[in-house]
Every structure is written in C-alpha cells, then in structure tokens.
Design a binder for this molecule. Structure first.
Ligand SMILES: Cc1ncc(COP(=O)(O)O)c(C=O)c1O
Ligand SMILES: N[C@@H](CCCC[NH3+])C(=O)O
Length: 417
C-alpha cells in the first residue's frame, strides 16, 4: 500500500503531481512519501502492540537523513552496519540507545564510537569479533552489550545473493557452535550478554523460513537459560519481502502475530530490523525518455536513469514496475521496449520487454524504488548522483540536492609537478 496513485491520467506522490516534481527538480529523481514510510513503520509497531518490542529500521535500505528523521520521529530504532550509518542516525535525530550494530567486519574505531554514544547492542558475527569487542570495551573501561548473530542454517528461498542464513553464508555464528560461544561471551569480562539475533535473508515472501529459524533460536534460548545465561531480547532481523510484481508476502501484522504466538510465556523483548518492507514501496524513481531506438532485434528506450542510479535490475535481474507518469491516450499503440540507461554496459537496464506507448521526452516512474535504490547508487561513468525529494501531503522537500561535478571530484587531485 502506498501513496503513489493516479489522479486522472497523472501519477501523484501523495498530493503532488509527479510531472511537476520532475520539472521542478529534474530527472533522474527519487521521490519518497512520508505518509507511506509512517504507515509501514506503524504496521509493525501496532502489530507488536503491548508486547515489549523495538523496531530497528535497517538503515542500509535507504539512509537519506530525511527518511531516518521521519522514522526517528515515530520512535523507530535503527539497525546499522557501519559507523557511517551510525553518524547518519545521530545526524537525523535518532536515539543511540535504540541502535543495533550488525555486520561481519566491525573495526575497532567503529566499536569505540558505538560504545561512546551508548548503542543498545552489538550483533556479534564471529568469535574473533567477540574478542576484539571485549578488548575495545576493556580499553574504555566499559562493558559492551552483545547478542550473537546465530546462523540457523535455514533456507530463506530467496535470490542467492541475498540469502544469509545458510551454513555456507559468511554471516553469523553456526547454530551448532552457538552454545559454546555464548558460554565464552558470558565469561569475557567486558561483555554483557543481552540477546540472540538472526537475519536469514531479504525479500522473503513466505513466513515458514522465519518461523523455522525462530523455533531453532527458541530452543537455544531455553538451553542457555538452563545454564544460567539469561537472554533479554530476541532479534529476528529484517527480510520481509514486498510486492514488486505478483509476490504475496505476509503483511507485517500477520508475520508479527505468528512470531508473538510462538514466543509463548517467554519474557523476551522482540526486535525486528525491517528495511525493504518499510522503504521500498515508499519511493519511486522518475526518469525521462531521452531517445527511442528501434532496431531489428528490439525496441530500445534510452532513459536518463542508469544502473548507477538503480542497480537492482542489473545486479539481481530484479523486476520493478515501470509506469508512465502521464498516461498516454487510450488509443495509442503500445510496443515492447527494453528500457536502458546511458552507461556503457550491456547489463545497464532498468526493465526489459515492457509493453508501453512511448515518445521521446516522456516521463516514467520505476516503482518500489525506495529501498536499495539511491542507497546502492554510484558515480559509475562519472555520472552525478540523482536528487531525492520527500513528498509530504501537498509539500515537497528537496532532501538531497542533485550532485554537482565539483562534488563528484571533490576528494581527488592530480600528481604534483
Ligand atoms: C543484518 C540485517 N538486518 C536487516 C536487514 C534488512 O533486510 P530487509 O531490507 O530485507 O528487511 C539486512 C539486509 O538484508 C541485514 O543484513
Ligand atoms: N540490496 C539488496 C538487498 C540486500 C539486503 C542487505 N542485507 C536488494 O536490493 O534486494
């Protein structure tokens, strides 16, 4: 459910005509909807209701300060994977006491900064990291709050690049080793064991793998309790999928109810780290058709957005809906188009085989682009990165200016002499 709908023939972002935003801010342009972000956050928050819980939005999905700020105002916590994400949360007014730090490669200075600002918990992903965190906390004279990210060896049945909970993945500590590692963590003097964590993958469209992972973690939690290791919180990570095409992922509310049922009498605070299910359908990418290029083999529409702006189609062959910003006349004939960007790579496409009625200069909107869109953008082919706008009712706010060439080369220099 989102707030990008047609009024008459024109696509609106909340109460704003998208074609006018494109004129005002230029293209390619990311447009986010504040009301959609809030609605998605509330879907989780309401579903978990009176049960002690914390929703830690996964910053990696969309780390624009305005997005983080909208969520922080709702009371959201944040799941981070780098000190850069931590600084963004702080700059956006997020509460460090609601921050969870995940990721397999935390550096000592990242740990130090997180301890200094007082984050809620570190999700530790290896034994070596446990020791490093113990050393860093010791050198600061504090105790670090920790969860172990347990790899439950569950198949998330998603794209192999975004499956994280299998034995062969680099993430987490094998569930077979978890009890031993918890004992070790409990014995280290500068660590404070607080939770159990897992995150089995992204864009899951079925609740079964989540529940299988949960069952395994609950067995672990009960065994740890028998050994006197008490766990305060259970973090189930993110991963709930969204509808890009015809997928029917569980609603956050249904998923949360299933999880709460399984918890039974256990006094565990529940943490979730949703990224995509909050941000994806809260954003579109608007692009303009530069050229139509019919060839013997195909009709190409060359648009001004490219794989540097939206990598998902190139990287995962991901499918995202592409719709006209202003609907063409009903009798205008459609043709099948490959929508490709200006980048010098055959893999530079936004969509393939799309039935559209196009003319040079038309505006198109790529749906579900609010998550892993701008966040994964780059300067490849020395393209300046796109602008980002937040729609809020009948107001629009430029929340990231279009990058300039001067900004693009700001850190570079030529050799002297
Ligand atoms: C540790 C962790 N938490 C949360 C997320 C967010 O996942 P999603 O965007 O699928 O909800 C990710 C990314 O997959 C992650 O790696
Ligand atoms: N970037 C991926 C998701 C990765 C999830 C990060 N752990 C996507 O666009 O689908």
């Amino acid at each position: 459910m989102d707030y990008f709908n047609y009024q008459g023939d024109t696509l609106f972002a909340e109460e704003l005509p998208v074609n006018e935003l494109a004129e005002q801010y230029g293209t390619p342009l990311y447009i986010y909807s504040r009301a959609t972000l809030e609605r998605h956050y509330k879907a989780y928050d309401d579903a978990l209701g009176a049960h002690p819980h914390l929703i830690c939005y996964a910053v990696k999905a969309n780390s624009n300060l305005a997005v983080l700020n909208v969520l922080a105002r709702q009371g959201s916590g944040f799941d981070i994977v780098s000190v850069g994400e931590l600084e963004r949360v702080l700059a956006a007014g997020g509460d460090p006491a609601k921050v969870i730090f995940s990721g397999v490669g935390k550096q000592p200075d990242e740990m130090r900064r997180a301890l200094q600002v007082g984050i809620k918990c570190f999700n530790v992903e290896s034994e070596a990291e446990l020791e490093r965190l113990n050393d860093v906390a010791g050198s600061m004279g504090v105790k670090a709050p920790v969860s172990l990210r347990v790899n439950p060896d569950v198949d998330a049945k998603t794209h192999p690049y975004i499956s994280t909970g299998l034995k062969e993945n680099k993430f987490g500590i094998s569930i077979d080793r978890a009890e031993d590692v918890y004992r070790k963590a409990a014995a280290l003097p500068h660590l404070d064991v607080r939770g159990v964590d897992c995150h089995i993958g992204s864009q899951l469209t079925d609740s079964t793998p989540f529940l299988d992972a949960l069952d395994r973690l609950l067995v672990l939690i009960d065994r740890l309790a028998e050994q006197g290791i008490t766990i305060d919180h259970l973090d189930l990570g993110g991963g709930l999928g969204v509808r890009y095409d015809d997928e029917t992922p569980p609603e956050p509310g249904d998923y949360a109810s299933l999880v709460l049922e399984r918890l039974g009498e256990r006094q565990l605070t529940l943490i979730m780290e949703p990224g995509r299910s909050i941000a994806a359908n809260a954003g579109i990418l608007v692009t303009r058709v530069e050229y139509l290029k019919p060839t013997e083999a195909k009709n190409f529409a060359i648009v001004d957005a490219a794989m540097n702006d939206l990598l998902r189609p190139s990287l995962y062959s991901a499918w995202q809906a592409i719709i006209p910003v202003v609907k063409p006349a009903a009798d205008k004939e459609t043709q099948s188009y490959d929508l490709v960007g200006p980048i010098c790579e055959t893999g530079d496409f936004i969509g393939k085989d799309r039935e559209l009625a196009l003319e040079q200069g038309d505006l198109l909107a790529v749906r579900s682009a609010g998550a892993y869109g701008f966040a994964m953008s780059s300067n490849y082919n020395s393209r300046n990165r796109a602008a980002e706008v937040m729609a809020d009712g009948s107001q629009s706010y430029l929340v990231r200016r279009r990058e300039t060439f001067a900004q693009q080369i700001a850190g570079e220099s030529v050799l002297p002499g």
